[in-house]
Design a protein around this ligand. Structure first.
Ligand code: GDP
Ligand code: MG
Length: 386
């Protein structure tokens, strides 16, 4: 299939030549970084359209009840000494990862706010709807050497919906997750508890439970190149003292990482971890990532703020570093590829985009179970959502 109206980068789709002599090979999209260098593409400053919260039982609320407030410890030169292992496993309620939520919570927000997004001509009909986390995986694909992904795509009333499918390898890894890795995941959430209060100006309460069902999600509108985007991402907290109170510029992303001692350790951190931190926060417009560095005993002994817009400086002169233009150009090329591949408007039809490191993005076509992810009620507008 010859893609129509593709932008630079997406023109790398393999097409048999001459087309009248050879059968068409399945279209695919290469991911080599060298193909996507060049100027940074247009990316509209993300604006928040709304938000929603998920409670301790993972129930949806159309408000900001789960939003927490940045409350770092006093900066008196002492190390914070947060014990990230405290409460594990007795005060830990992890989310059930067997529940496949797909885009459900975001679709509920969309159904409840579709009036605001329609307009004339419908803005939504030309948009791509997805989770921020899925876009993060696209941004980092040209540099990823370990984990592949699968994205299911369906078109409905013009809009292209993208929803991740857990790969068999990712599922196997999750089910065999080593106990130490489970504890490390807990420690990341525990750090958030030490750094956030439930009320602006309040103090953190690390005595309670860590429940990872709870989430505050921001819903934003943006545009990458000629692709209008509507996406949602989980936000750790808002800073009541931020220079501007306007979301998403008041938001703060919290991360933990191993304490580093040698220049080699820092270099590797900049090359790998900072790429993921940058991609996630840049997409949503979060200006700062606050990192807690933990020692081998699981205590956070230092905090460091990484401004999102300065992260690239750490790899700008590194031959083995990453480049934001490559990330964004690849993402734009993938979105063009997806838009040009998913032609039929049918919520039961799924194009599954698959990628494994070292190869191109490939496509397969499916109908209904198990891949269809748009609930039947989305076209009836009459499900329990309203
Ligand atoms: P992130 O950028 O990877 O944190 O993902 P998003 O911010 O896009 O989160 C989208 C939704 O997916 C939110 O409701 C999160 O609570 C949820 N979520 C985040 N990480 C995971 C995960 O590892 N597994 C599953 N099943 N859901 C997740
Ligand atoms: Mg975080």
């Amino acid at each position: 299939m010859e893609p129509r109206g593709t932008k630079r980068g997406a023109g790398k789709v393999e097409v048999a030549e001459p087309r009248n002599k050879l059968p068409h090979p399945a279209p695919s999209l290469p991911t080599d970084p060298a193909l996507y260098s060049g100027p940074f593409p247009f990316y509209r400053r993300p604006s928040q359209m709304g938000c929603f919260s998920l409670d301790a039982q993972r129930q949806y609320h159309g408000d900001a009840q789960a939003l927490r407030y940045y409350s770092p410890p006093p900066t008196n030169g002492q190390c914070p000494n947060f014990d990230l292992r405290d409460g594990y496993p007795d005060r830990y309620q992890p989310r059930d990862e067997e529940v496949r939520e797909g885009l459900d919570h975001l679709l509920r927000w969309l159904l409840e706010h579709r009036g605001r997004l329609e307009g004339d001509p419908s803005w939504l009909a030309g948009a791509i709807v997805t989770w921020r986390g899925h876009l993060t995986k696209l941004l980092t694909t040209p540099y990823e050497r370990q984990e592949g992904w699968q994205l299911a795509a369906s078109r409905f009333q013009g809009t292209l919906y993208l929803s991740e499918v857990e790969t068999p390898a990712a599922r196997a890894q999750r089910l065999a997750r080593p106990p130490l890795l489970r504890e490390l995941m807990y420690m990341g959430y525990k750090f958030e508890q030490y750094m956030c209060a439930d009320k602006p100006g309040g103090s953190p309460d690390p005595s309670g439970e860590v429940n990872t069902n709870v989430a505050f999600c921001s819903v934003l509108r943006s545009r990458l190149g000629n692709h209008p985007l509507l996406f949602s991402g989980e936000v750790d907290c808002t800073d009541p003292q931020a220079p501007s109170p306007q979301p998403p510029t008041c938001y703060v992303e919290l991360k933990t990482s191993k304490e580093m001692h040698s220049p080699g350790q820092w270099r590797s951190f900049y090359r790998h971890k900072l790429l993921k931190w940058w991609a996630q926060s840049f997409l949503l417009g979060v200006p700062n990532v606050v990192a807690g560095f933990r020692n081998p005993e699981g205590f956070v002994c230092s905090l460091k703020t990484f401004p999102t817009m300065q992260m690239f400086e750490h790899v700008r002169n590194d031959r083995d570093g990453w480049n934001p233009s490559v990330c964004m150009n690849f993402c734009a090329a993938f979105l063009s590829f997806a838009q040009n591949t998913v032609i039929q408007d049918d919520p039961r039809l799924v194009h599954l985009f698959s990628w494994e490191p070292g190869g191109p993005v490939t496509v397969s076509v499916h109908r209904d179970v198990p891949h269809a992810f748009l609930p039947t009620c989305i076209h009836l507008h009459s499900c329990g959502y309203t």
